[in-house]
Design a protein around this ligand. Structure first.
Ligand code: B3K
Ligand code: ZN
Length: 893
């Protein structure tokens, strides 16, 4: 908890540092409760100012000297997290010694203990909890780090860079000294010490250098590292091939720790990972888990260039490294998996979760202009929408020019701390385009709405598309300006055949675009006219926003028949899927509005019925199970909720379940046959084809279990799920079956399997997280009571962020019926947890409170109840800046 009151920091007040800290030589004498940190810092004044103000938080100052001369008490001040040194020389060596208590550090920021392991997390502002320093990303220093520890407790001592010396002291403690040759901001500093084992490999870079790859874990996790290592090597090769980027040190280390606030951290040469994002084995990890490991390993590796070699000038520029790096890891994952489905998954998340953030009290631009607590800005907007911005740039420039612009960026700014403008300037320079309007994507919060109408004119054989764009107001931002929105598109005839695009320009000139083009929307209203459509007898079908070419909500008055044609025929996989989503929304939303409890497909959903029939008829012959599974999946609760200003919680859930039930019943033989056709005798491997097959199989199982309460199907579907649970050799299938059993209306179905799971995995913390999540997401109101009981379970701990996410996070974010129960009990319980967490881990507390901040989206009773909980939290003494900022924003609107 910060001792100073929370105050906003503004981008417009940025000032360059007045001192350079060229080098820092650190010595850690590690001790659980009293670690001594000595630092020798080479300081150099850059201007006239001789008053040096360093950051430092919760540090016990032991000694302070300038060029070896200890300072008198009147020569410095340490208060409000700042150490002020008056009248310093223009260049000098500052020696500091402080004491810190890693064991008492439950915020998991700075140096802390995870079980018996010392580890650090310094981004964004954790280094100030380790040593006095200029804790800002635009101060780059060369780091040397000496670690001293008891060899019994900490036989392994790791830090950034290369090991340069080691030895043993007279008192029996051992030490290792590390040196990082690359100047870096202190947020990339890391150390790890403890009893670890290592999986080793080597990678030969494109220029022929050999790099040692090491993954460090606790001994019991040694068998779970192969996938991370494979992923790392694939990422290293990919970055060489696609971006020409080579790794720069002789050693690359990854450490997995159990207690970690986020997924992982890209510390130079020493990545620290949440074990959930590094460890994987078929017995305990689902396909999704394997894919997450692959993408997070790649993400952190890619940061070595997009983030570390070229870093951020200030924290407002966070998306400069995060948006770009997410874009890079998405492109990597698309190359490793099925690209179409990969894109569908990215957009699904963006449209349900990031769009919701954009429409909430915590909405903010991809580059925010102020913050109280920077940790609150590691958001979907900064990461995922930031990645969409880079994707638009890549598409606007085309692959060659984009690569050249990236080369220019990496070369020009190597070793520097830069801004979003610097990045976009490289794009401008290479493409010779003016991207000043495009920059609005970084400044304006909110999701743009694009409304499109089509006008077909048989007389002139032309088709005109009329576009309107508008971005809604967001807190603190009104009157948004038009954006440059790239619309990748094509036209289809009524039979679904692609039509050549001949665009009539304002000059009267005709531009032939081939079968696909990109329309650049720049104005609030704009029209595009296509000519030469003499062959047509009726209006063409526009396929708009292919590949989701811009992060917008696009509407077009499609008829159900047009959507069915797009679903079946469009050349763009994403739009085939999205046409299905549109058809499903158009079908489900009127049923939700009517609050129906039963659906007669022939009457209530004739086109959707036909679409499913067509998909299931072709299913047997499909080569693309991944795509088929995506096409057959109904829109999620979250995506449906996003369509409503006021979310009808029960009606959405009721209609989704009724539709699932109706589809299950109508196509029961097809689901069963398709399910059986996907059962494979192959040994489990987390590779794309198998993953696709399992996702289709488990989707079929999901439909089958929709009939769990129907007497004539009950026994059969129960046996199918139970058999899968009992016989599967991998967690993907086991978890899918267990979830469906545990979520069945008859609670007895899940009882034994859940007990068996706990019995088998109680020693395995990560695996037990899944057990907590499955129970937290049972879609019944009485789940709250069960979740309350689970808080007391011996495997649960509020101190472990993974557990908090698995139980409390899953309940609040993935169990709408139970969380939003009209009594308000779900809200009150969440608030209790937030208040407790605020006391020891503000970052996690601030994440957890988010569902309550979305109160505006629910009906009055819920609004009142949610606000009451926010007010209760706000009234707490000792509220952290993290929670204070979020709660205040939520109550201000
Ligand atoms: N850069 C880190 C996130 C740090 C979060 C600090 N609260 C992980 C990543 O995005 O790669
Ligand atoms: Zn990142």
């Amino acid at each position: 908890m910060s001792s100073s009151p929370a105050q906003a920091i503004y981008l417009r007040n940025y000032q360059a540092p007045e001192f350079a800290l060229d080098a820092i030589d650190l010595t850690f004498e590690l001790d659980p409760q009293a670690t001594k940190v000595s630092a020798e810092i080479q300081v150099r004044a850059l201007g006239e100012n001789r008053c040096l103000v360093l950051d430092g938080q919760d540090l016990t100052l032991l000694s302070l000297a300038i060029d070896g001369r200890p300072l008198d008490a009147d020569e410095y001040q340490y208060q409000n997290d700042q150490l002020t040194l008056l009248n310093v020389p223009s260049a000098f060596c500052l020696s500091t010694q402080v004491e810190i208590n890693p064991q008492a550090n439950s915020a998991l920021e700075g140096l802390y203990l995870s079980n018996a392991l010392y580890c650090t997390q310094c981004e964004a502002e954790g280094f100030r909890r380790i040593s006095f320093f200029l804790d800002r990303p635009d101060v780059l220093s060369r780091f040397t780090t000496k670690l001293i520890a008891d060899p019994q407790h900490a036989p392994i001592l790791l830090a950034n860079g290369n090991p340069i010396a080691q030895g043993t002291l007279a008192d029996g403690r051992h030490w290792v000294q590390w040196q990082d040759p690359f100047p870096k901001p202190c947020y990339l500093f890391a150390l790890v010490a403890g009893d670890l084992v290592c999986i080793q490999d080597t990678f030969v870079t494109q220029s022929g250098r050999s790099v040692d790859l090491q993954i460090w874990v606790e001994a019991e996790n040694q068998h779970k590292c192969a996938h991370a290592m494979r992923s790392l090597k694939a990422a290293m090769r990919w970055d060489e091939e696609v971006y020409g980027r080579e790794y720069d040190l002789d050693i690359y280390m990854i450490v997995a720790v159990n207690d970690f606030n986020m997924g992982a951290m890209e510390n130079k040469g020493l990545n620290i990972f949440n074990s959930a994002c590094a460890l994987a084995d078929p017995q305990t990890t689902t396909d999704l888990g394997f894919q997450r490991v692959e993408s997070v390993i790649a993400h952190e590796y890619f940061h070595n260039w997009s983030g570390n070699r070229v870093t951020c000038r200030d924290w407002f520029q966070l998306s400069l490294k995060e948006g770009f790096t997410v874009y890079r890891d998405q492109a990597f994952s698309a190359d490793m998996n099925f690209a179409g489905v990969q894109r569908i998954e990215e957009v699904t998340m963006l449209r349900s979760a990031q769009f919701a953030e954009d429409a909430s009290p915590t909405a903010h631009p991809v580059r925010p202009d102020h913050y109280m607590e920077i940790n609150n800005f590691y958001t979907l907007t900064v990461y995922e929408k930031g990645a969409e911005i880079v994707r638009m740039l890549a598409n606007l420039l085309g692959p060659q020019a984009f690569r050249q612009a990236c080369d220019l960026y990496f070369t020009r700014f190597d070793g520097q701390a830069v801004t979003v403008e610097d990045f976009v300037a490289c794009m401008e320079e290479i493409s010779q385009r003016d991207l000043s309007q495009f920059m609005r994507w970084y400044h304006q919060a909110g999701t743009p709405h694009v409304q499109v109408q089509g006008q077909y004119c048989p007389q002139t054989a032309s088709y005109r598309l009329d576009f309107q764009q508008a971005t809604p107001d967001t807190p603190g931002q009104t009157n948004k300006q038009p954006l440059l929105i790239p619309i990748t598109m094509g036209l289809l005839d009524a039979q679904g055949r692609p039509l050549p695009l001949k665009l009539k320009l304002a000059s009267g000139e005709i531009q032939a675009l081939g079968l696909q083009g990109v329309l650049e929307l720049t104005q609030a209203q704009q029209s595009f006219e296509f000519i030469g459509l003499e062959e047509l007898t009726e209006a063409p079908i526009p396929s708009l926003l292919r590949g989701f070419s811009a992060p917008v909500k696009l509407s077009f008055p499609y008829t159900p028949t047009q959507l069915a044609t797009l679903m079946a025929q469009d050349t763009d996989a994403f739009n085939r899927w999205d046409a299905g989503q549109r058809l499903a929304l158009d079908t489900l939303m009127p049923l939700i509005d009517a609050q129906v409890t039963q659906i007669d497909l022939a009457q209530d959903a004739p086109m959707l019925l036909e679409a499913y029939r067509a998909l299931l008829t072709e299913a047997e012959h499909t080569q693309d199970q991944a795509m088929l599974a995506s096409m057959l999946r109904l829109p999620s609760f979250a995506y449906l909720a996003e369509q409503y200003a006021c979310i009808p919680v029960e009606a959405i859930e009721q209609v989704r379940q009724a539709m699932r039930f109706a589809l299950a019943r109508t196509f029961y033989p097809q689901w069963k046959a398709l399910y059986q056709a996907q059962i494979s005798q192959q040994a489990y491997a987390p590779e794309a084809t198998q993953i696709a097959q399992r996702s289709l199989k488990n989707l079929c199982l999901d439909y089958l279990l929709a009939l769990a309460a129907v007497p004539e199907y009950q026994q059969e579907v129960y046996q199918i799920a139970l058999t899968q649970w009992r016989t599967s050799d991998n967690m993907t299938d086991a978890r899918a079956a267990l979830t469906l059993l545990a979520h069945a209306p008859d609670a007895s179905w899940g009882r034994d399997p859940l007990a068996e799971f706990a019995q088998r995995w109680q020693q395995d913390a990560l695996t037990m997280d899944q057990w907590f999540s499955i129970q937290a997401t049972r879609p019944y109101a009485d789940t709250l009571q069960q979740v309350q009981n689970l808080l007391q379970h011996p495997n649960f701990s509020l101190k472990n962020p993974n557990k908090v996410r698995a139980l409390i996070g899953a309940f609040a974010q993935q169990n709408p019926l139970a969380f939003h129960q009209i009594s308000g009990a779900g809200y009150a319980w969440l608030a209790d947890q937030v208040i407790e967490l605020n006391g020891f881990n503000p970052q996690i507390a601030a994440r957890l409170v988010i569902p309550l901040t979305r109160w505006q989206r629910y009906q009055d009773t819920r609004q009142t109840l949610m606000r009451a909980q926010l007010e209760r939290i706000q009234a707490q003494a000792n509220l952290s800046a993290d929670v204070y900022e979020i709660v205040t924003k939520a109550l201000q609107v």
